[in-house]
Structure formats: C-alpha cells, structure tokens
Design a protein around this ligand. Structure first.
Ligand SMILES: Nc1ncnc2c1ncn2[C@@H]1O[C@H](COP(=O)(O)OP(=O)(O)OP(=O)(O)O)[C@@H](O)[C@H]1O
Length: 260
C-alpha cells in the first residue's frame, strides 16, 4: 500500500507520557475504507496512539501521516472525527442543541444534525438534557458528534464500552455501513470478541504492535478460533522467540535520565 493511499501511515512513533516511554517506536499502515479494530489490554497504549493520530498528543519522535497530511494539521480538522473516552458533551444542553453547536464548529450543514440523530438512534431523546442520558445514549451522542462534518476518518476510542449487547451490535453495523460508504474507522476496544466485526485488526501490547492483519488471517496463522486465544498465542510466540517486550511481566518502557 502506498503511503499516500493509506488513511494512516506511521513510522517510528515515539511518545512519552510523564516519565513513561509509552510508544517506543511504532510503525503502522492503515488502508482506507475499512473498519480497523485496535485491540489490546488496558494500558498498552491504544488511546495514546489514537491521540497521536488525531494530533492531540505531543510526540517525541517519528512521522504520523493522516489522509496524506501531517497528523493534527489544519487541513485535517474537518476530515477526521474523534470520539474520546471522556465525552465532550455539554451536560446543560439538550441533545439536539449539543449537536447543533458542534455542527456549527465543524461547519456541517444544519440538516446533518437530523441525519446523525437518525443514524445513532437518538430521536427519542433529542429534547432531553445531556445530563439525563443513560451511558449508552451518551456514547451514541459522542459518536453522533464525531460523525458531523462527514469525516473521512473516524477515530473511536472504546465506543462500545458499557453498552448492552443489542446496542453494541447496532453500532458495529453502523461502522460497517460507514466503511461501505468509504469512511475509514479506527475503533479501539479491549473486548476481544469484537475483533470478528472488523475488516482488519491491530493487536497491541506494551506500546508495540504484535499483529496487523485480517481476523481470518490472524486465526489461521495462530491456529486458534477466537481473537483472545490468538492474542495469547502471539504473546507465547514472542516470549519463545525472545522478542522485545516478551517478558511475562515486563515493566513499562522507562525513559532513562531526567529527574523523577
Ligand atoms: N498523563 C500521563 N502521565 C503518565 N503516564 C500516562 C499518562 N496517561 C497515560 N499514561 C500511561 O500510558 C500508558 C498507555 O495509556 P493509554 O491510555 O494509551 O492505554 P490504553 O491502551 O488506551 O488503556 P485503556 O484500554 O485502559 O484505555 C499507560 O501505562 C498509562 O498509565
């Protein structure tokens, strides 16, 4: 895949958070128009990678290119939608007003508000104050906000966390629908069974990527039947081969020098 054709192209990404070297030199190529799952245990660096892609993370090395431009550049502002784990919703505004406000910010046509309300199934709570929404409704409002402006890349940080199984399925169906329209979705999760819903998987561990391939390819290569077993098989393999980060309880990468 050519760098220019990729939705995301990363080489040698290094990120420090506090004194931790959270991403010690990550390479990644994500094609356009797919649902790409970013999976890995809590604390492995998924959010940090996503923040680097949307340009909200200070990086200490490497190159992050998004839709052909440098991550975080002005040109990408309306081309990338980002849903964080902490929702950026105004609690003291009704659902509809929250969306109208964010639509103005991203320059989306007012008619798009009704469109994203329908897509995220928020019609019944459009007049409710955001503070009164359930957890699932809040997640869907955050997603609706990310959809405004018709972004070409959607970066969704654990969008299905805390949702009931029916809502989770509905959201994954919406992701597939968006990808069919040409949108690229990078979706993080630490629920391994969501892996089968993705076109492609990126498995992370301790700030590194241990696999980037299709779910079927991953299962075939590891001789397993589900993503959780595949992940464990990969960890076993890296331990046996003595690859970096292969210690059973390897400490987080630490920067050397500096004051504590
Ligand atoms: N502000 C910070 N200062 C220092 N370390 C941090 C900071 N924020 C995150 N970290 C550390 O960086 C590492 C990666 O965190 P990150 O949030 O990217 O992981 P994650 O895979 O998204 O986790 P989760 O699935 O729990 O959201 C963790 O070890 C975390 O403790």
């Amino acid at each position: 895949m050519e760098e220019q054709a990729a939705a995301i192209s990363i080489t040698g990404l290094k990120v420090m958070r506090g004194k931790n070297l959270v991403l010690p030199g990550l390479d990644l190529l994500v094609p356009r128009g797919e649902v790409v799952g970013l999976l890995g245990p809590s604390g492995c660096g998924k959010s940090t990678l996503m923040r680097s892609i949307v340009g909200t993370q200070i990086i200490s090395g490497g190159v992050v290119r998004v839709l052909g431009d440098t991550a975080g550049s002005e040109k990408l502002r309306h081309r990338v939608g980002y849903m964080t784990q902490e929702s950026s919703i105004y609690d003291d505004l009704p659902v509809g007003a929250n969306l109208s406000y964010f639509a103005k910010i991203v320059g989306a046509p007012p008619a798009q508000v009704a469109e994203v309300i329908e897509r995220t199934d928020l019609g019944s709570v459009v007049k409710s104050m955001a503070a009164d929404l359930s957890g699932g409704q809040r997640s869907r409002l955050s997603l609706a906000i990310a959809l405004l402006g018709t972004p070409e890349l959607l970066v969704l940080d654990e969008p299905t966390v805390g949702l009931d199984p029916v809502l989770r399925v509905a959201l994954w169906e919406l992701f597939a629908e968006l990808a069919a329209e040409g949108v690229t979705l990078l979706v993080s999760s630490h629920v391994m069974d969501e892996a089968t819903r993705c076109d492609r998987l990126i498995l992370m561990r301790e700030g590194g990527i241990i696999a980037q391939e299709t779910p079927a390819g991953l299962l075939a290569r590891t001789g397993t039947t589900n993503a959780e077993d595949a992940f464990l098989a990969l960890i076993r393999d890296t331990r046996e081969s003595g690859a970096p980060g292969s210690e059973p309880h390897a400490p987080k990468h630490r920067a050397t020098g500096g004051t504590p």
